[in-house]
Design a protein around this ligand. Structure first.
Ligand code: IMP
Ligand code: MG
Length: 328
């Protein structure tokens, strides 16, 4: 088995969908697997000129590749069905490609109601936290318990542990939201790191590349105070269209967080790094980086690139700087 993993190195919304799309075009994957989270995620994908926002279904369906919701995820049955219909109605044949591991946990109506009352974290109100809590409390409902899902169920072990499997594992959310490594309690309830992919039943030695995705600045949605003082952050928000793909909420903006980035890079074992949305900083012409309490004004795009590249030169990682208008 060969596995490539895509992880987000910040607070989600770094453009993983775009990298999934790119890698699916470049490689012959037999499977694309979502490995954590539920419909709290919103993956924006531009496919053949059309914009798609998916929450549950992995992007493999756009390329005719078997797309699996792994056992590390949680699924809202109704939302899953709606998404499937949406894709089918837009000409993407997803019904025969999308599968759900039978031991994946389900987001129930009660989970949704409970999460709907959250004011502490600023969740997406998609029932994620309560669904994972009940999983670990051993009170959960699994996909195999839901008759409506029976046609989609697979045994994840049997599916993946076969000859010739080359799989792309796409993570949801990001390092800063990881339940263990994020800024607890302002986190999601799942494992957003490369380790989260392994938890789905993947042997470590199967991992080939880890694609770490970050943006040239930080964004975060939730209740904690995140946005810095500088008025340029509102400008970045507008230029970068920093509004949640799931909830439409305005994302708070701040400078690229050097310390968070290095921690995320090292813990995930990144082999390929993509820094997205360079074009946004180019447009507002502000190239700053936060390192602890210090803000470094790098002044120019090249200095920003050097600042990152030089610090990673020992790691051997391949680095790509990308903007929405550019191909990586
Ligand atoms: P939950 O995952 O809905 O419980 O939300 C917990 C925290 O993670 C909140 O701050 C959410 O805004 C954030 N969050 C969850 N999913 C995403 C995502 O896909 N992108 C960005 N933030 C997210
Ligand atoms: Mg998103």
């Amino acid at each position: 088995m060969i596995v490539d993993i895509i992880v987000d190195l910040q607070y989600g919304d770094c453009g993983k969908g775009k990298i999934t799309h790119f890698l699916c075009k470049e490689h012959k994957y037999t499977h694309v697997v979502r490995y954590n989270g539920g419909c709290n995620a919103g993956h924006t994908i531009y496919h053949e000129g059309e914009k798609f926002v998916t929450h549950h279904i992995p992007a493999g369906v756009f390329f005719g590749v078997k797309s699996i919701i792994g056992p590390g995820c949680v699924v809202n049955t109704e939302k899953f069905m709606q998404e499937l219909e949406m894709l089918e109605s837009k000409g993407i044949s997803a019904r025969n490609l999308v599968k759900i591991a039978k031991n994946t946990h389900i987001i129930t109506r009660n989970h949704l109601n409970e999460d709907g009352l959250d004011t502490k974290i600023g969740t997406t109100k998609r029932g994620n936290g309560p669904a994972y809590r009940d999983k670990y409390d051993r009170n959960g409902v699994r996909a195999e318990d839901v008759p409506q899902l029976s046609e989609f169920l697979i045994d994840f072990y049997e599916e993946m542990h076969q000859e010739g499997v080359i799989a792309l594992f796409e993570g949801a959310q990001g390092f800063g939201l990881d339940v263990d490594w994020g800024d607890y309690p302002y986190v999601t309830s799942s494992h957003c790191t490369a380790a989260g992919a392994l938890l789905n039943g993947i042997p470590p030695q199967a991992v080939r590349n880890v694609w770490g995705v970050a943006k040239a600045y930080e964004t975060y949605v939730g209740t904690k105070n995140f946005q810095g003082e500088d008025p340029v952050f509102d400008e970045i928000c507008e230029v970068g269209q920093e509004y949640g793909a799931t909830t439409g909420r305005k994302r708070q903006v701040n400078w690229f967080d050097w310390n968070l980035f290095h921690k995320a890079f090292n813990i995930n074992g990144v082999t390929h790094l993509v820094i997205n949305k360079m074009d946004v900083l180019r447009e507002v012409d502000a190239w700053k980086v936060k390192k602890g309490d210090e803000i470094y004004d790098l002044g120019a795009e090249n200095m920003f690139k050097h600042f990152i590249g030089d610090s990673l030169s020992q790691t051997g990682a391949t680095i790509y700087f990308s903007g929405d208008k550019a191909r990586i």
